[in-house]
Design a protein around this ligand. Sequence first.
Ligand code: GDP
Length: 432
Amino acid sequence: MSNPNSPNREYPLERTRNIGICAHIDAGKTTLTERILFYTGMIHKIGEVHDGAATTDWMEQEKERGITITSAAVTARWKQLKEEGIYKTREMEDIRVNIIDTPGHVDFTAEVERSLRVLDGAIFVLCGVAGVQPQSETVYRQAEKYGVPRIAFVNKMDRTGANFENVVKDVRTKLGAPAYPILIPIGAEENLIGQIDVVNQKAIIYSDDEKFGSKYTVRDLEGAEVARAKAAYDELLDAACSSDEELGMMFLEEQPIGPVELKAGLRRAVIANKIIPMAGGSAFKNKGVQYLIDAVIDYLPGPLDIEAQKGHVVDEPENIVEATPNDNGKFIALGFKLWSDKFGRLVFFRVYSGKISKGDTIYNPRTRKSERVGRLIQIQASVHKDIDTCYSGDIAALVGVKDVRTGDTFCDESLEVLLEPPTFPEPVISMA
Ligand code: GDP
């Protein structure tokens, strides 16, 4: 296959992730999103001040300015340490992570459906004390219904009564989910000091007095950690070998399977929705989020890993068109959210094929009209950043386009393709 990346894009498609954070109300979605944005450098203020109080200040400021971190889609950048042998070097690779808001609705509304459609994977947040709650189940089933590959994150590990193992059991029994720990908390409540990285059999230790943004240290496993980690590794390897044919074959042929091979097999199994890696940590106490973001890159699919998006030619439902991520292809995008804030009215869209630049004309097959793109932006936590071009696999917002509904397809004028039928049983917001 020819290279799908334009030489001008900042992040290759291989290192782009569109994820959602799925949780019912109060599970900790906002807190986790905030922490991810902090670690991805999208919010700086709290890093310069010392403790949690600053976070609240920051939240207050954001409220005043009318932007929230739970905007329709936030674009963040993560620097992942490169793998060297089985462990990591200090050299870093830039990764783009778009966090798309997934409404925690009880119903399968078109809105929920659409937001699940534009993301490639999700973090499913659970409470370390309550485990699987009835509402967690609803949210989980939604993602399951749409086949969204998931990583489960056990939050609030600092709270009294938090127990990671119990939550893992709960996820397996109550949700029937093929959950396997990849990051096991070391300690709990006040003594939560870090995590065991199961694949690499190492301990990641966060220090309590470190400022936001400081790095963790990695050390060898000690004492009881050794047996715990080994048991989890064996279980993970077994599950990965049974779920992924390639790895299973390697096992049968007695080929060596180390962390690198396990990781690759695990990634394929997660993308095929056969395994759900579970990570324990606490977003609140500023622990365990860095490696969670690494896990998003390592195990959740990117635009190149998912199936081509299918649509059809207007008035010809049998005439199927496939949109594959390639910057050199013809432009096809889906508008998934209309959003209004102080800065104006925005239409969030995901590009499935081709690219779109400021000044280009886009065609809307529903209205059969073309409009000029005056402004393109991406939301980076507290700022609306003007961009020149949005490439395939990425998310951005159009400003000032008039006749739009959510669910509209935007495409090259030579195409008349609809990614979704243009009828939804929900109110139409007029952008005129
Ligand atoms: P959301 O409704 O899912 O967005 O949940 P929030 O992020 O607003 O969190 C709900 C409540 O739980 C808030 O009071 C948070 O401060 C608290 N919370 C979130 N994460 C943690 C955590 O890791 N530890 C503790 N102790 N509290 C947390």
